[in-house]
Write a protein of this length. Sequence first.
Length: 309
Amino acid sequence: MGRFHHRLAHMPTQEARNGWWNLPIWPAYTVKEKETSNKDVECEDNWEQERAFEVADCLEKGNARESSTEFLQPLRRSSKLWRFFMVRSEDRTEYRLHTIDGEFLMFAKASVENRRVDFFLYNPSKNYDQLLDLNRPPFTMTYNGAKTEWCLLHNRCECCQFSPKNVSCARVGSQQVAFIRHTRESVGGGISYCLHVRIPGFDQDGLRLVWCPMSFGCNLAEAHESSEVRELVSKMPTWNSELQSLVLDFKDRAVDTSAKNFQLVQRKRPDNLVCQFAKQGPRTFLLDFAYPLSIVQAFGVALSTVFWT
């Protein structure tokens, strides 16, 4: 038929060429403020000064990647999904996102003990990894104990990054990039893992909103869909009685059976596919997505499925 169908796992569930160029805040979440000593401020200033010299050196070599906001910009509109792929380490703690041409984009490191995934702009396997500080990730995604709610944060808020630390949103959770909720639903004879994703919307001029806790009275976990919030949901699979499995249609993309495979559509436009993620090999996964998603949002949603089996 010219189409690749994918069988979801036994517990059935659910190209990018270069064309362009917040700790969780749960509904009951409270933040304990910490006093910042003069010594801490001095150490921070010293770190920033030393790093400035390293960045300047890497800039001369064309290796610096300091602008995290580029990874927050939605991909330009296209009639097709932009194609990427992800590679997972053997111990399942490190993940690298690449363009379809193999260009490195982002590195993520998961910590089960701390219930978080940290995202970095530098590839630790390259020679310019002196700018990679594993203690200062540009983005962080944390999750609750049940692994059903995930919050992706930008640790360098675009609104607060130049404000004094005592009045920045770092004290109350950091800039929110995405909120992801997992559920499970019965479909035919199987159980499907489902995603409900909220991301910041756009203003009247079509500009991306910066969801800063100091500016908004609620967080993405509580917000309702509006011009300020976009909602994405899982495209539901269908039950195939012959295969005795749930099936999703990835069209011209060859994929392997995996519980992690999913597709996302806009809630108000269920025929508009905006993201798909699927296993292609023992440690490789395709990740295709389009507007209104950004690189880090799509990468974060894909990594929220690490516990799906």
